[in-house]
Structures are given as C-alpha cells and as structure tokens.
Design a protein around this ligand. Sequence first.
Ligand code: NAD
Length: 262
Amino acid sequence: MRLSEKAAIVTGAASGIGRAIALRFAREGACVVVADRNDTRGADTVLAIRNAGGKALYAHADVTNENDVAAMTRVCLDAYGRIDVLVNNAAICEGSDVLDIEPSVWDLNVQVVLKSVYLCSRTVLPIMVGQKSGSIVNIASVNGLTALGNAAYSAAKAGVINLTQNMACAYGPDGIRVNAIAPGTVATEIWEPRLRENPRVLDRIAEWYPLKRVGKPDDIANAALFLASDEASFATGATFVIDGGLTAGMRKWVEDAGADER
Ligand SMILES: NC(=O)c1ccc[n+]([C@@H]2O[C@H](COP(=O)([O-])OP(=O)(O)OC[C@H]3O[C@@H](n4cnc5c(N)ncnc54)[C@H](O)[C@@H]3O)[C@@H](O)[C@H]2O)c1
C-alpha cells in the first residue's frame, strides 16, 4: 500500500474530486481526515471509507475560517499523532467576466480558492517542519494556466500555482514537498449550475479535448496519490497538468493554419 502509516487531511472531501482523493488515499492505507463545510455529505464520505475497510474521521471546516482550520488540524493530530499529507482541494467557482463580477463575489472566490490554501498550509506546515517530512498537494486548475473564463476563480487558481512554487522553495530544506495539480474539466457538482442551463455542456466541451472526453474524479485522485506518496520523492514545486490534452495545443488553429493535413 502506497500510503500505509500516513495521516492525510483532504479539504472539500464531501464531493467530487476531494471525495475521490479521500477514498483513494484510504484504499492505499492512509488514515484520512475528511474536511468540508457540508457535514451531511462529509459524513457520507467517511462512511464510504469505513465500509470499504478504511480509516477516516470527519472534521467540519470552512476553509476560509482560521478557527475551523485549526480545529481540523487538531482532529488529525489528536487521532493520528501526525500529518503527512495535506490536500488543499475545497473550492467554489462563481462569476464570469470582470465586468459582471461584483467585488463581493471577487473576494469570495479569492477567499475560498486562494486564501484557504494559505490558511490550511500555514496551520499544517509547522507540524510537517517538526516531523521533517510532509507532502502538500494543491488542486489548482487549467484555468490558472490560460484564459478559460471565470476570471476571479482563474486568477485565484493562478495564485495557487505561484503559492505552490513559493512554499516548495521555502520548505524543501525541511523535507516538505509542495505540488499542484491542474485538472481540466472533471464531471462533478461544480458544473451543476451550467448543466442546469445546458444539459449537454460536458458533451460539447468534450469535443475540445484531444482524448475526446472530460475527466473523472479518479483521474485526478490517481495523480494526487502519486504526488502524496514517496514515489514522488523528487517532485516539488511542480504543476501536474491532468487535462486530457486540453492545454497541449490548439488543434483548430493547426487546421485553420493548414499546418497539418490530419
Ligand atoms: N470539476 C472540474 O471541472 C474542475 C476542474 C479543475 C479544477 N477543479 C478543482 O477541483 C477541486 C474540487 O472541485 P470539484 O469539481 O470536486 O467540486 P465539488 O463542488 O464537487 O466539490 C467541492 C467541495 O468543496 C467544498 N467546499 C466549498 N467551499 C468550501 C469551504 N469554504 N470550506 C470547506 N469546504 C468547501 C464543497 O462543500 C464540496 O464538498 C476544486 O479545487 C476545483 O477548483 C475542478
């Protein structure tokens, strides 16, 4: 098992990618703290882990709230005595264009997407420094790499990528690795508002992907498992793009340019 004897905190683990990461980590032997603000669904993730024979506890945490983050950290330390892995996964995605986004919505995106990574990391890092080991995995997005709309969310995700690099350089000497994952589209509940507007939106955007499909939560959980585990012992400050090829190039441009006959 790739995470045996390890204790991991996964934020936003009540749903989607976070839930898949929590389940995957537990299958690989980790003791998992499932952290979320949705208590009912968080408890459901814990139950699913236990039913599969794994170890998990729930911690109520709004990741923008310093006291909640401190309490989440204590849950892990009190139960498991250490924190080996922190996955900063919780996020929201609100607003579209700069002219449409109200300042309060801008602030909310930055708080939940970016400030939470700072808050959770600054609470957990001293423990990892004391252990002289640890792995932080930040779930960023392809939106942090290029212009794909949702301006506030995307700018905050770009910030997550830079924060990942800064923390990797600062805490590498303490034996701590910090990496990011930039997923492309993954079919989760974050897409529900747009699915309500257009039930075929995921089928339509699948056409933009060289692999001709959108991602599954397990596609990202597998990458998170690698980065969390000792198999990634020389990886730090990296952004692992798991996007079905979306940002690898622009096929339509190639076709319009007549640069390739395929
Ligand atoms: N689904 C995609 O297409 C996609 C693409 C790229 C990146 N991502 C990123 O993947 C991560 C997971 O997204 P998902 O698609 O699984 O979304 P999701 O909506 O299914 O899950 C998000 C979880 O975060 C929790 N959450 C939201 N705000 C919180 C807060 N303030 N405190 C604590 N918990 C909070 C929610 O309750 C939910 O359980 C996010 O960082 C998201 O930006 C998703």
